[in-house]
Design a protein around this ligand. Structure first.
Ligand SMILES: [Zn+2]
Length: 168
């Protein structure tokens, strides 16, 4: 499954990035729960994380945490049931008000009706990595590889080391 996105080196200057899901026919409770799991999910095993906040808590870093909110968030997630023109399964677009500082973003997840919960989680984990500022990895077994490894799509120490290098 291919997830296209830009590699941004920009960072957020906030403690919490608020995230909301656009209200449409596709934001079902089960999908909201899947997305929530990629934020607050527990360790899969030692040093592999299902949720970004659990992973980020292990770092002594100023990197922000993520929070799913009802009102419009800094980042909006759009679940849509059409194909991406670039044939991506997901995309993240980030905007900055000041050079080097991310201020808002949009995640689009395409072909939502064709995705299992596991696939939606995999894509969201990857796109939230972009939101935090991660670019693509050349390592085919890494969550941030452009083609996400289906059987190992968790947040790793390598991802966290990169975040630490960006945020300190
Ligand atoms: Zn990507």
């Amino acid at each position: 499954m291919s997830a296209g996105s830009f590699a941004y080196a920009d960072v957020w200057q906030t403690d919490i990035i608020t995230i909301s899901i656009v209200d449409n026919n596709y934001n079902t409770e089960s999908r909201i729960n899947s997305i929530q799991y990629t934020i607050t999910g527990e360790n899969i095993h030692k040093e592999k994380y299902a949720g970004w906040n659990q992973a980020l808590r292990t770092l002594n870093s100023t990197a922000p945490k993520l929070k799913l909110v009802e009102e419009k968030g800094d980042v909006q997630i759009k679940l849509v049931n059409y194909k991406s023109v670039k044939k991506h399964s997901g995309d993240t677009k980030l905007e900055s008000n000041y050079p080097g500082v991310t201020s808002k973003g949009t995640i689009t997840i395409y072909n939502i009706n064709d995705l299992s919960s596991a696939e939606l989680q995999m894509l969201m984990r990857h796109e939230l990595g972009h939101v935090l500022g991660l670019g693509h990895s050349i390592n085919a077994t890494d969550l941030m590889h452009p083609t996400i490894p289906y059987y190992d799509s968790y947040i790793s120490q390598a991802n966290l080391i990169e975040i630490k290098s960006m945020y300190g």
